[in-house]
Design a protein around this ligand. Structure first.
Ligand SMILES: Nc1nc2c(ncn2[C@@H]2O[C@H](COP(=O)(O)OP(=O)(O)O)[C@@H](O)[C@H]2O)c(=O)[nH]1
Ligand SMILES: [Mg+2]
Ligand SMILES: [Zn+2]
Length: 296
């Protein structure tokens, strides 16, 4: 049976790219299961399919995934480009940290990409954002599609890998991809047009092959990520600067909140972990606890 990768999914159809680089329009047959869990095919999945006509087929099985994200829905990506605007809309740390936590949990490597640099005059502001993430080890890029800032650097990070662009609607994901994929014109939208008149935005996830190797996925904006099915004790694992220090906490299973001799709190006080990262950690911890209480 031929094998291919789902590169696009639109209203019940899956577009499977096969070895010959042709796209087969497929339906999915029945229900797929892994470890007794029901499974819906995702963009990025490698699948086997049966041909039913010219460039038409039926997916018969889905291969195990190396990674899986629910929002945006995509499988087998290695890297997330976490995109956030510096202006229009104004930089917000919380959505970035939220996505970083989900990406860490999915086992992705991450790059932070701050867009619309042309709208910022004050260098100090950029420095203060770099400082927040200094101890995390995440690479940070600043880009502008207006004056070509940072685009070559971004391309280097994309080379040879499968990446997903994640970030709120309007931050400039499609605009960046349009620069990197010159022969494609992805739909971009204006954030100022609140009523959505004449607005063209990305509506589905699509995997696109890069000229020099690698794949990227543009994604639509998605609603705020929540921490369903998270345990309070695992959250610290998804903050790299906490993960590497948690072994020095006095108590095993320390959640770095009220425990004595907590290496994380000490590192925050010493300025080795940024206070704003720790604050968001506590905020997310609160959300996880609240969700748990609702479960019982
Ligand atoms: N000034 C400026 N505007 C940008 C930049 N990148 C994107 N935009 C604008 O931001 C709006 C949203 O961009 P879009 O790529 O659709 O964002 P997406 O929703 O994340 O895909 C559009 O009006 C773009 O023209 C940039 O680097 N500088
Ligand atoms: Mg878009
Ligand atoms: Zn601790």
């Amino acid at each position: 049976m031929p094998i291919g990768q789902i590169v696009k999914a639109i209203s019940g159809f899956y577009y499977v790219c096969n070895e010959e680089q042709s796209q087969i329009q497929c339906r999915a047959r029945g229900v797929f299961k892994f470890e007794k869990k029901k499974l819906t095919p995702l963009v990025g999945d490698w699948v086997a399919y049966e041909e039913t006509g010219l460039d038409e087929g039926v997916i018969t099985s889905v291969q195990p995934r190396s990674s899986e994200l629910k929002r945006p829905p995509i499988a087998n990506v290695e890297q997330a480009i976490v995109v956030c605007a510096l202006r229009e809309p104004q930089f917000q740390q919380m959505p970035v940290d939220r996505f970083l936590v989900h990406g860490e949990r999915a086992g992705l490597s991450m790059v932070i990409c701050l867009t619309k640099r042309d709208l910022v005059e004050d260098e100090e502001e950029l420095k203060s954002i770099w400082k927040i993430y200094e101890a995390t080890g995440y690479p940070i890029l600043t880009t502008s599609v207006k004056n070509e800032d940072g685009l070559r650097e971004l391309e280097e990070f994309l080379l040879g890998k499968t990446s997903v662009f994640a970030g709120q609607s309007g931050v400039g994901k499609s605009s960046l991809l349009n620069r990197i994929l010159p022969d494609r014109e992805l739909e971009t939208g204006k954030v100022s047009d609140k009523l959505g008149r004449g607005r063209h935005t990305t509506r589905q996830v699509e995997l696109i092959t890069l000229q020099h190797g690698g794949q990227v996925a543009d994604t639509p904006g998605f609603s705020q990520l929540t921490f369903q099915e998270f345990e309070p004790t695992e959250l610290g694992d998804y903050f790299p600067e906490m993960r590497e220090r948690a072994g020095n906490c006095r108590f095993r299973g320390c959640i770095h909140e009220n425990e004595p001799n907590c290496a994380i709190k000490e590192a925050v006080e010493a300025g080795d972990i940024h206070l704003e990262r720790y604050r968001n950690y506590l905020h997310f911890l609160g959300e996880i606890k609240e969700l748990q209480q609702r479960r019982y």
